[in-house]
Design a protein around this ligand. Structure first.
Ligand code: HEM
Length: 448
């Protein structure tokens, strides 16, 4: 016999709360409803799973039973098309195999060099502004977005986005806001209706498409091989052993850009806020940097254990991908609770990362817990990069990038919050600071 799943109908007031204070609503629901519950939202039943065993079942043990045919992913697909992030089944598997070598360990040093150059360029801009004043005020979130986009361009596709990065970043963020709008407004008019929002979105998408297709064409025309992810897609073959068509390559490139820049940038923005408010942690990172002799490589980052744990802990407190959805192919069972076929299932990294049953003092920033307690972790209670076969392909890239940005920046600069209170969170496609993140930046005696 199966148990009855705790169920709750979302009222209009709660639906509004869900939009204005999304995380507050999710946390309250998790607290009130327990490990699994059914939320009735309009015509839809949504199953919210908040237990590591249940999450493991979705991501790993029975992963093939969970497709990405959900609002979340079909809205992403409006921008990305059929890329790795939105597909599943044979098509996904073929493309995942194709892209995987692009993130292999042996690529990391090359990526680190490309990332370092881009980080140096950002520091050059800061240095120029600091030439005749001791402190500057910058929106560090805007800086991280620009940096993140430039790094994805250069380290994955050997492309220089630096001239266009501020504009391109705004265009992409604008498109992602549209994705969020459509996810939150299930009754929004269809995309073919020429509302100002729909028209704006289509125009931007067309502009970004033109940039991407031009990049593909330029590489093909040049006949050059750069041994990067773009080459992997250009040389790749589909299930019929035919070269991928330009649309399929465009979809994978835009997927990598979308999946790979706002996520890391959001994580790094929170990293600066957290560290600037935890001088003990920041001092320990500085000590680790001072003990390092030589160039900062991919290996450096992995060997700086405290620094790595400090980043892992930021991703726990502020998981950039704060919500992941799936649809059941066939019915399934979680600890005696029955979930029907065709049901929408929601996993929330933010809520499981703050769950008091799996984390002592969950709201406290404590990097040490990542090496002292690691063996005791419930593996699926820590899921900033998802898990199972769909585990984030860019995880090594993201950890390397955040590590390099942290080490290289702290070794030259001091960042302090411009405001007393931490910025409010805005749970959009990623978990972002609501109104940017103003910080004061000054120079320190160079550590390396
Ligand atoms: C801190 C940074 C990042 C976070 C928090 C993050 C998070 C995630 C999560 C949670 C998933 C699983 C989604 C699911 O199960 O449906 C995922 C998948 C993915 N991520 Fe990331 N990601 C990050 C950085 C990156 C980067 C840098 C790239 C590429 C350069 C990337 C590319 C992808 C792709 C292509 C997928 C789909 C994987 C698949 O289904 O095969 N991500 N990411």
């Amino acid at each position: 016999m199966t148990a009855k799943i705790p169920s709750k109908t979302i009222t209009l007031t709660e639906a509004r709360e869900l939009q204005t204070d999304t995380l507050g609503f999710v946390m309250k629901t998790a607290d009130e409803m327990g490990d699994i519950c059914k939320l009735k939202v309009g015509f839809w039943d949504i199953y919210f799973l908040n237990h590591p065993d249940y999450i493991q079942r979705v991501f790993l043990d029975n992963w093939k039973n969970y497709s990405r045919e959900t609002f979340q992913f079909s809205n992403f697909a409006r921008v990305t098309g059929k890329g790795l992030l939105t597909t599943h089944g044979d098509y996904w598997q073929q493309h995942r195999r194709l892209a995987q070598p692009g993130f292999h360990k042996n690529k990391l040093d090359g990526m680190a060099a490309a990332m370092s150059q881009t980080i140096d360029r950002m520091h050059g801009r800061w240095d120029a502004q600091l030439a005749n004043q001791s402190t500057i005020k910058l929106d560090i979130d805007a800086e991280m977005l620009r940096l993140g986009l430039e790094i994805v361009g250069t380290a994955l596709f050997s492309l220089d986005f630096s001239k266009d990065s501020a504009d391109l970043s705004q265009e992409i963020l604008g498109m992602m806001q549209y994705v969020v709008y459509r996810s939150q407004n299930l009754l929004a008019l269809p995309t073919w209706v020429p509302t100002p929002r729909n028209v704006r979105f289509k125009r931007t998408l067309h502009k970004v498409d033109q940039i991407i297709y031009r990049l593909i064409q330029d590489r093909q025309d040049s006949g050059e091989s750069k041994n990067d992810l773009l080459d992997l897609f250009l040389d790749g073959r589909d299930a019929n052993n035919q070269p991928l068509d330009p649309k399929a390559i465009r979809d994978e490139i835009i997927t990598m850009i979308i999946a790979g820049y706002e996520t890391v940038a959001s994580g790094m923005s929170w990293m600066w806020d957290v560290l600037s408010r935890h001088s003990d942690a920041e001092s320990k990172i500085r000590e680790e940097i001072e003990g390092w002799d030589g160039v900062v490589t991919a290996e450096t980052v992995s060997k700086m254990t405290y620094t790595s744990a400090a980043i892992d802990e930021v991703f726990r407190l502020y998981p950039p991908s704060w919500l992941i959805t799936r649809k059941t192919v066939a019915e399934d069972e979680f600890g005696g609770y029955h979930v029907p076929a065709g049901a929408i299932v929601v996993v929330c990294p933010y809520s499981i990362h703050h769950h008091p049953s799996y984390w002592n003092n969950p709201s406290i920033y404590q990097p040490e817990r990542h090496f002292v307690d690691y063996a005791n972790f419930e593996k699926f209670a820590y899921i900033p990069f998802g898990g199972g076969p769909h585990l984030c392909i860019g995880r090594p890239f993201a950890k390397l990038e955040a590590g390099l940005v942290l080490i290289k920046t702290l070794s030259k600069f001091k960042l302090q919050p411009a405001n007393l209170n931490p910025p409010a969170m805005n749970a959009q496609v990623t978990l972002r600071p609501k109104n940017g993140m103003e910080m004061e930046i000054s120079k320190v005696q160079s550590l390396i």
